[in-house]
Design a protein around this ligand. Sequence first.
Ligand SMILES: [Zn+2]
Length: 261
Amino acid sequence: MNIFKRTRIRYILHRHAIEHGLWTEITEKLAILQGMTAVEKAHLRELTTLFLHEKKFFGAQELQLTDAMCLIIAAQACLPALGHGLDCLSGWTGIIVYPSAFRINRDERYVAGVVHHQEQVLIGEAWSRGPLILSWEDVEQDLQGKQSGRNVVIHEIAHKLDMLNGPADGFPPLHQSMAVTEWSISLGAAYESLVQRVEHRHRVCINPYAATSPAEFFAVISEYFFSEPEILHTHFADVYQQLQLYYRQNPLRRAQSSYLN
Ligand SMILES: [Zn+2]
């Protein structure tokens, strides 16, 4: 990092520091952050401060966003970036927050010139260099842990990371120390077995939405990795290990240490 960038970061961290009481209140409320070491927490606070400074939040449909709401989103968005640095979340600025699930209309154009009009109801959406779009109702439900293994912010950020090297395909840019074959063998086998179980209507241990595509698989296992690491580790130990290398974090240890507290 060059000296100008370092100085600018130091200035932002000092000038735009998150108010201490608010940071403590929010980080205690977020189950996903429990069990972090003091070093991890300090690093997350820095990333979150820079994220809040760089991104622009917009409330859609007259939703009034408070500092606390922005912080809840920002801290969760920065969690997957802890082992990568904030550059992995650069190249876009907007975060649009709807009060609840939102409707989108899209035209899909097929080869023969046929246009198929689609209407979808979404709780989150991420574009490569475009905004991050979220439903506040669902962000809040994740806070309360209403649905095991669900976290819409982590899900959409995982898509953002996946799109750093092209269209989302479950293959984000890996660290140099990681083996590409191990990633593809571990995630590929787990994905194929999940697809088989879903197709044969067998019970599945994670959200079956993961069987939609390799991109959704990566986003869903990232949600489990951070919010329900035991489930992911129990059923897909190899996948957990790959995510541990990729995210450079071990949420399973955090979960175990927060039980002891
Ligand atoms: Zn998705």
